[in-house]
Design a protein around this ligand. Structure first.
Ligand SMILES: [Zn+2]
Ligand SMILES: [Zn+2]
Length: 349
């Protein structure tokens, strides 16, 4: 079968590899759609980050070259011995987290914080940029008939956004600000809508991305035109209840802190490439809190239910659909050069 494998920085190859088998405990899936993620882009331009190179991943036992793609949907074609959760013909999405099941985080049920956590599609186990994947039974979630395969490919990134909002102190009727409206920031806006936020501000430099946020119902603010902190305090009469930092840019974190109200909260949803200096008194003097989240846990069923109600809409968030043959030129390279792209989906054929 055809599969896109990471061999090195700027070296992704579409190759012919052996089809995976439905071994014991595994679910063989014919992939329908797979989204290109920001972390896939990072692996392409500056990897390896999550991809094991040299030493194999402790859980999968695999190392580069690795099949990529972790945001996918598909149909079950075969199940291995002992599998009871799904059967051939079921429409599914994959929650691509490998966890050891034994470390402190795993014992606490926080499998996304597992000390040897790995992603299917980055750490081994096949990936969605191929025709078939054999995933572990526990990773598979059924999707209902009114959630399309395209929509299903958005469950994984939407789970990050929903986890971020669920872990925050946001309450129905609260006001929130999202700093950075790339794909995850836009999905955070959707999660906030679903959570009953009364006002959602979207702080974004790129006009195209800001427009997209407004299309989803947020109030766009252009930090090159207005003093965002002042503006947010004026509009909300004292600051937003929760600010979500989704840029990974140090000065933006400072703005996010300053934009919150007394006792407000900053949620860090991004990965930072360098240190971000902050003034602790900004937290102390207003009794604010700051918290981080990584990935998600236990939220796939909730995301799927919200999608049945129309949240995280693929028709607004998917900006391009391509085929596996075009994944590098029309997918990865396009995402690097065109800021108006949100999610590019790849059809596995
Ligand atoms: Zn991802
Ligand atoms: Zn663990």
């Amino acid at each position: 079968m055809k599969a896109l494998r990471w061999h090195g920085v700027k070296d992704l190859r579409l190759e012919n590899i052996e089809e995976p088998k439905a071994l014991k405990g595994k679910v063989k899936i014919k992939v329908e759609w797979c989204g290109i993620c920001g972390s896939d882009l990072h692996e392409y331009t500056a990897g390896p980050i999550f991809i094991p190179e040299g030493a194999p991943h402790p859980i999968t036992g695999e190392k580069a070259p690795i099949v990529m793609g972790h945001e996918f949907s598909g149909q079950v074609v075969e199940v291995g011995e002992g599998v009871t959760k799904v059967q051939a013909g079921d429409r599914v999405v994959v929650e691509p987290i490998y966890a050891c099941g034994e470390c402190e985080a795993c014992r606490q049920g926080k499998y996304n914080l597992c000390s040897t956590m790995g992603f299917l599609g980055l750490a081994g186990g096949g990936g969605g940029f191929s025709e078939y994947v054999a995933a572990e039974e526990y990773m598979v979630h059924k999707i209902p008939d009114n959630v399309s395969y395209e929509q299903g490919a958005l469950v994984e990134p939407s789970a990050v956004a929903l986890h971020a909002v669920r872990q925050s102190k946001l309450k129905v009727g609260d006001r929130a600000a999202v700093f950075g409206t790339g794909p995850i920031g836009l999905l955070v806006i959707e999660a906030l809508k679903a959570s009953g936020a009364a006002e959602i501000y979207a702080v974004e430099l790129s006009e195209q991305r800001r427009k997209k946020a407004e299309e989803l119902g947020a109030i766009g603010l252009d930090p090159s035109q207005v003093d965002v902190v002042k503006e947010l305090h004026e509009r909300t009469n004292g600051g937003v209840d929760v600010a979500y930092e989704v840029t990974g840019v140090p000065p933006v974190l400072t703005n996010a802190i300053h934009s919150t109200c007394l006792g407000g909260e900053v949620m860090i949803v991004s990965i930072f490439e360098r240190e971000a200096p902050i003034m602790p008194n900004d937290i102390v003097m207003k009794e604010r809190t700051m918290k981080g989240i990584i990935g998600y846990r236990d939220v796939f069923p909730a995301v799927i239910s919200l999608m049945e109600k129309g949240y995280f809409p693929a028709d607004k968030l998917v900006t391009k659909r391509i085929k596996l043959d075009e994944v590098v030129t029309e997918g990865f390279d396009t995402l690097l050069s065109e800021k108006n792209q949100v999610k590019i989906l790849v059809k596995a054929e």
